[in-house]
Ligand binder design. Structure first.
Ligand code: R5P
Length: 315
């Protein structure tokens, strides 16, 4: 057992999830004031002594992305200057991840920039769930523990015992993830041929694989404007699917997402709480908790135990 105190501190991005993690860990969240100066600058004050402590800062970099990212950087800075022994940035949803390579001239690689900013500010480790691309781990020169929401989502769908199941990836990028779910849920695999036209518009081509007379589960790492997954749902229905469920690890839900989800021809929408979700007006939406997964990871990091068990655990 670590000799250092475990201190769990949260910014304003996902305080309810931080409270749930604290409850699972049976610790009290360390009070910190994360406010604003009159001009909008962020002001942070950690209420208790964290000198020599093992500090875990819980903050998703979800919308408002820039505010939440800046809060996290300033919390890291405050913790470092308060002489924390080790600082782990617990980022259940890691934003700015979609730009992870230069696929045309004169564009940034924001995932690398954010990784640089976090480590430069003083993060010693990062703990996150379902990065948009697994290779983003390598953008950090500090250890990254990359968890999967799969155990939480798979458990939910196993309980439903869905017959004639086909797990469908809404684009080629999600096909590896979908294959993993198909294996764990005992279903077939299909892939939608998606082409992105603009930030909130997609064009859907053929479905590669069989969806006729199948119950479909569409799975993605995130739902942002919900264009990809709702268009894929319509394509599956048009292709003769008996039913469609949709699920994703992260519900960014920006722009027209809520209307698109409300109008989608689906039985159920399942997200996790890595980003706070307002379920109002979305009766088919279920939000599953990642708190116990994150709490166990925090405790394993704190006590220097392996985390592999969390990746391989059967749901
Ligand atoms: C794409 O690579 C991602 O996996 C998601 O499919 C995408 O970010 C979802 O975006 P939207 O909901 O805006 O279609």
């Amino acid at each position: 057992m670590s000799q250092r105190n475990l201190e769990l501190i949260a910014g304003n991005a996902c305080p309810a999830l931080a409270d749930d993690i604290a409850r699972e860990l049976n610790v009290t969240r360390t009070a910190a004031r994360v406010g604003r100066f009159p001009d909008g600058e962020i002001d942070v004050y950690i209420d208790s002594n964290i000198r020599g402590a093992d500090v875990f800062l819980v903050q998703s970099t979800c919308p408002p992305v820039n505010d939440n990212l800046m809060e996290l950087l300033i919390l890291i800075d405050a913790s470092r200057r308060a002489s924390a022994a080790r600082i782990t940035a617990v980022i259940p949803y890691f934003g700015y991840a979609r730009k992870d390579r230069k696929d045309e001239g004169r564009v940034p690689i924001t995932a690398k920039l954010v990784a640089n900013m976090l480590t430069k500010a003083g993060a010693d480790r990062v703990l996150t769930i379902d990065l948009h691309a697994a290779q983003i781990q390598g953008f950090f020169d500090v250890p990254v523990d990359h968890l999967y929401a799969a155990p939480v989502l798979v458990r939910h769908f196993l309980e439903q015992r869905i017959p004639d199941l086909t797990v469908v990836a809404p684009d080629v990028g999600s096909s590896k993830m979908a294959r993993g779910y198909a294996g764990r849920l005992g279903g077939e695999l299909a892939i939608v041929d998606k082409r992105r036209i603009s930030a909130d518009k997609v064009e859907i081509g053929a479905v590669i694989g069989e969806v006729k007379d199948r119950n479909v589960l569409l799975i993605d790492d995130m739902i942002s404007t919900a264009g990809s997954i709702t268009e894929a749902a319509r394509t599956c229905i048009a292709g003769g699917a008996l039913s469609v469920r949709i699920a994703a690890s992260h519900g960014v839900l920006c722009g027209p997402a809520r209307e698109r989800l409300r109008d989608a021809p689906v039985e159920e929408i399942v997200l996790t709480d890595t980003i706070p979700i307002d379920t109002t007006g979305l009766p088919k939406l279920a939000v599953l908790s990642t708190a116990s997964l994150l709490a166990e990871a925090v405790m394993r990091v704190h006590t220097e135990q392996s985390l592999s068990v969390l990746f391989n655990r059967a749901p």
